[in-house]
Design a protein around this ligand. Sequence first.
Ligand SMILES: Nc1ncnc2c1ncn2[C@@H]1O[C@H](COP(=O)(O)OP(=O)(O)OP(=O)(O)O)[C@@H](O)[C@H]1O
Length: 302
Amino acid sequence: MTRTVVRASGLTKRYGSFTAVDAVDFTLEENRIYGLLGRNGAGKTTVMQMLTGQIFPNDGELEVFGRTPAEHADVLRRLCFIAESQRYPDAFNAAHVLKAAPWFFENWDAAFADRLVHDFRLPLKRYIKKLSRGQLSAVGVIVGLASRAPLTFFDEPYLGLDAVARQIFYDRLLEDYTEHPRTIVLSTHLIDEVANLLEHLLIIDQGRILLDRDADEVRGSATTVAGGRAAVESFVADRAVIGREGLGGLASVTIDGRLDRADRVRAAELGLELAPVSLQQLIVHLTGADLRAGTTEQEVAA
Ligand SMILES: Nc1ncnc2c1ncn2[C@@H]1O[C@H](COP(=O)(O)OP(=O)(O)OP(=O)(O)O)[C@@H](O)[C@H]1O
């Protein structure tokens, strides 16, 4: 039986009159990899800060491992939060960070950390403040992976990491997760890069959850239909439209929901082209609705 690790209900964070997180409800189950995705300022970091007890919600219920996170050391001990710009004491080098890590993380695997240091070519003896932007991100990624914390958050962890280093991160994360399952929440803007890693998606926009669904259900669930405007409109009538673009007599409409064989035959008869929508495109459609003319809120919500 899967255990619920996080239970949030009506969770709200306000800064003055501005509501950064607006009465969200969601759960996180144990041993799953979650993608917490959304545009800049959507509320992702704020949600993670509440879950890790760094800030207090203004409203709502929040349980992490069955308790309020901020008040229980035994809950905090099971969490690891890697922020985009992780800060360390000025006098520290990377070796100091790795030496201190087991004080905070009881599952710390020093051998795994050493292997990651080698993989990321991290200079251990150089002061943290002298590290390049990517090397600094590598320190955070190493701590996050080798902590093996039962609930690990990576908040946009790889600023400055090059493509090779990012691939190492994804590969090691997946390998290690397979051997040591835990709950991982990954917040990132590089959605297509991580699309295959994610098992469950939480898409947040303007402080609200827009989508909370299994990644397998979402993959391939949206299709772009392109062709002559009249044919496209006839094909998408009565379907849930999540995006619409057009130029002259041509239209390209993105619809939610899977197409069956009969749909595909009909599209071919109408001379329409069908293309699967990537996770990144889907998120752009879902969260960028107000940027495109001709898409109503009802269509987006449908
Ligand atoms: N301490 C604060 N005081 C006032 N407003 C804040 C504070 N912290 C966050 N906000 C606002 O709350 C909203 C959500 O911020 P948050 O950092 O959670 O977004 P995010 O989804 O993580 O964005 P990004 O992808 O750009 O990192 C933003 O509009 C931000 O400006």
